[in-house]
Design a protein. Structure first.
Lengths: 230, 360, 250
């Protein structure tokens, strides 16, 4: 028996792999969807920008289980999302990986959108204007100037979005259904271990998660420090 | 025949604290200063020319090309206008080194390349900075790079918004030297926003005077500077700008003689070849007036002049006398007492005693 | 003036008298049994003068908290196992452990008016079937046993989703995300009749009994209120409340 298998059961390994897949998918999607949203929040003068800002921040204060419960209702056969998926001929979202991704997108939204939005605001209009006077069209200016200048913000967003999704529990608890390799992520696995009095396994997984989170945050600080010095 | 590069505009923009209504024609070559007090709308007008004020309305035409005509719904976005803009404060891209900053505009130039990379780098003296990041440049170095980057965008119109305001005095002088050489090299209109009369006097051939969002005077620099009905003639730094050429050097006395239509000026040695054009500034407080040529005075420069106009000065003891020397207008600030004693009036023939000439 | 002050003090003292003599206890209740305890509380107070403070949560978390010295006097578990463990660990008053209720399992569907039988699960093959996690919840283990007894383990396997507890399992079905669920009879019935959706009461011989044990914890050993509550739990009044809420008693 190798040490790895004695410490982590195959179900634990499945849960870890699933968690990383969920966090990775969520983070990539959030960067793609959150960047235009962050841009709009940073630059729009629309009156309802405040409303959107508040909605984006809502998952920060909403208890995850509440968010999860509303998602469960919304994704259910009588909910708006459920009706849409049914009308579109898609599989119902609860108890599926896709459902978890949708839940995580909402749950981790502020952690990705806010740092990017703040980076855009900090950059201000000047670099865009300079780029325009030098002949760069807006999209060109965005990729050649704004994106590199906003790099620390994107770094923070990526790390926080990923780490926060890894630590997600309440939402998954509500909409996951605890299906191995589909919705049973590490946080749920730890919960089950604790509830089943399997404290040793719980310790290994929880300790691993703690270490992972610490390393991620440490790396973030080191990277930002190095940038600040450069 | 050289192509028409005249800039014409007629623009309007309503800001909460200022309404801009500005129309003018800017000569196709040389520096046109946009001068006025802070808050007069200079920078906003410059930004409107660049298309950086979305709410700005009106017409802009450069040579034969229309950039903006809101009446017919035409409006080129900034990136399609073949211009370059030098901003007031450092505006280099922090993530790129100097070379890549310069290359940014060059790669996106909207007109055929006439200014080569090495030329711009040489003119601005920044060859030793190419590998550096903007964070490691001084204020003066940053603006040199910004100017070179603007030139490399191959502009048909160069807009500069107080480019030296964030540069220390030494750096400013050095950059002004460079800028003085630019118009001859470029052959395009340069609009230069400033509130420093010294910069305007050194650089500008043409002057647009702005106040309260409007252009209140428009003409050759010296004409505007010496017009007694305009505020410039009444400031502490009032004076005239004279275009001269170097006639001869007197190494023994460390002096140089300059010639212009109104006569000669002897000044401290100027380190340029005979025949070079030199622009000098003569402050109103540096001219004294005499009815006869002084026989025994330490003042070197005596010019035969005619009184054109006398007007009051903010200081009640003083009056402002506009003199014509050759075809050049000069200003002299003298006391009312002197004016009475000398019996000065428009048309009086006098001698202007020039106590100081600023060559830079 | 002085007299008035004195009489006020006397009234105040009188008002605090019952509290001074009556006790108070904190009871940790497994979430599924929270409602019956809430109903019992005023009855208990009326009978004994003692106040009941109710803390609800999951049996697993209570177990971990009690192990680390949580200040509960009485623990009403959702299972038999953890009270037994606490007894082995010496954290309860010896001999205080007893089964206070036996849970009943129901097959449940959110729409009222349907007649549910075991055959419903065979015939209606669309949709998910929710059960509590058999690994951690007694109702889940009972549900898994009932499914095995019906010979449906393989057929239902891919359709099963697990709630972390019986409340969440109920939620999955109530929101329509699962077509059927094995829930607690106590969640869907009152006084022996179905009051929500449609249900089939699973016969008790199809699964091991869902026995829930109560224990007097060491923390409550010297608390007269706690001792009184343990006695009250065995009274006819308490047993009647328990039955009304869909539990059996032994």
């Amino acid at each position: 028996m190798t040490p790895a298998t004695s410490l982590l059961s195959p179900a634990d390994v499945d849960a870890i792999w699933l968690t990383l897949k969920l966090a990775g998918t969520t983070t990539v999607l959030l960067l793609l969807l959150g960047t235009p949203l962050a841009w709009w929040l940073a630059h729009s003068r629309a009156r309802w920008r405040g409303v959107i800002n508040a909605l984006v921040a809502l998952p920060l204060i909403l208890p995850p289980t509440v968010l999860g419960f509303y998602l469960l209702v919304a994704m259910g056969p009588d909910g708006p999302i459920g009706r849409f998926t049914a009308a579109a001929g898609l599989h119902a979202l609860p108890f599926t990986f896709a459902g978890l991704v949708l839940g995580s997108l909402i749950y981790s939204l502020p952690f990705v959108v806010q740092p990017i939005r703040d980076a855009f605001i900090a950059i201000g209009p000047r670099p865009r204007e300079v780029a325009a006077t030098l002949g760069a069209r807006p999209l060109d200016a965005f990729f050649s100037v704004i994106l590199p200048l906003a790099r620390p913000g994107f770094l923070t967003a990526t790390v926080l979005g990923f780490a926060h999704t890894v630590g997600e529990f309440g939402v998954v608890l509500m909409i996951g259904g605890n299906i191995p390799q589909e919705t049973r992520v590490v946080a749920i696995q730890i919960y089950d271990h604790v509830e089943a009095l399997e404290y040793t396994q719980a310790h290994w997984l929880a300790g691993g998660m703690l270490l992972f989170s610490f390393v991620v945050l440490l790396a973030l600080h080191l990277l930002n420090d190095r940038r600040a010095q450069a | 025949m050289t192509p028409d590069t005249t800039l014409g505009f007629d623009l309007a923009l309503d800001l909460p604290q200022l309404a801009i209504r500005a129309a003018a024609t800017v000569p196709g070559v040389g520096v046109t200063a946009l001068f006025g007090a802070s808050g007069s709308g200079k920078t906003t007008l410059l930004r409107m020319l660049a298309g950086l004020e979305p709410a700005g309305r009106g017409q802009i035409r450069l040579g034969g090309t229309c950039w903006q005509d809101d009446a017919s719904g035409l409006r080129l976005p900034t990136h399609q206008r073949p211009l370059a803009f030098v901003f007031q404060e450092a505006s280099l891209f922090a993530h790129l080194n100097v070379r890549d900053n310069l290359a940014y505009g060059l790669a996106r130039a909207r007109a055929a390349q006439v200014i080569r990379f090495d030329d711009a780098v040489g003119w601005l003296g920044i060859a030793h900075l190419l590998a550096r990041r903007p964070a490691h440049l001084s204020g003066g170095e940053r603006q040199r790079v910004a100017i070179a980057r603007a030139l490399l965008a191959q502009p048909r119109l160069l807009l500069m918004d107080e480019p030296l305001s964030a540069v220390d005095a030494d750096g400013r002088d050095a950059i002004l030297d460079t800028l003085e050489q630019l118009p001859a090299r470029l052959g395009i209109p340069v609009v230069y926003v400033s509130h420093s009369i010294e910069e305007v006097a050194r650089l500008a051939d043409h002057l647009l005077l702005m106040s309260g969002g409007r252009i209140i005077a428009d003409g050759p620099t010296n004409t505007i500077l010496t017009r007694c009905d305009l505020p410039l003639a009444h400031g502490a730094h009032a004076g005239a700008v004279v275009h001269t050429t170097i006639r001869q050097h007197d190494p023994a006395h460390h002096l140089t003689t300059l010639a212009f239509t109104g006569g000669e000026l002897t000044v401290g040695a100027v380190d340029r070849a005979v025949g070079s054009a030199v622009r000098v500034r003569i402050a109103a407080r540096d001219i004294a007036i005499a009815l006869n040529p002084p026989a025994d005075s330490s003042v070197l420069n005596h010019l035969r002049a005619q009184v054109m106009e006398i007007s009051d000065d903010p200081n009640p003891a003083h009056c402002l006398v506009r003199l014509e020397v050759g075809n050049v207008q000069l200003l002299a600030r003298i006391t009312h007492l002197s004016r009475e004693r000398l019996g000065l009036a428009a048309g009086t023939a006098v001698w202007a005693l020039v106590k100081g000439v600023a060559v830079r | 003036m002085l007299r008035r002050c004195r009489s006020l003090i006397a009234v105040a003292l009188l008002a605090t008298m019952p509290a001074a003599f009556a006790g108070e206890l904190t009871v940790a209740v497994a979430a599924n049994f929270a409602r019956p305890v809430e109903v019992m509380a005023p009855v208990f107070t009326a009978a004994t003068g003692h106040q009941l403070r109710i803390s609800t949560g999951s049996t697993g978390k209570f177990y971990a908290q009690i192990q680390r010295g949580a200040p509960f006097d009485v623990f009403l578990s959702a299972d038999e196992a953890r009270p037994a463990l606490l007894e082995t660990e010496g954290r309860i008053v010896p001999g205080s452990r007893f089964v206070y209720s036996v849970g009943r399992l129901a097959l449940w569907h959110a729409t009222p008016g349907r007649t549910l039988t075991p055959d419903t699960l065979r015939a209606d093959i669309a949709g998910r079937v929710a059960i509590a996690n058999p690994k951690i919840a007694p109702y889940g283990a009972a549900a898994a046993a009932a499914i095995a007894h019906l010979g449906l383990t393989d057929a239902l396997g891919p359709r099963l989703v697990h709630g972390e507890n019986i409340a969440q399992t109920f939620q999955f079905v109530a929101t329509g995300n699962a077509a059927f669920g094995f829930v607690a009879w106590s969640q869907v019935s009152e006084n022996g009749a179905v009051v929500r959706g449609s249900a089939w009461l699973v016969p008790p011989d199809m699964h091991p009994p869902i026995r829930q044990s109560a224990v007097l914890l060491r923390h409550g050993a010297d608390n007269p209120a706690a001792v009184a509550f343990m006695t009250f739990l065995k009274s006819d009044a308490a047993r009647q409340i328990i039955r009304q809420h869909g539990y059996d008693v032994e």
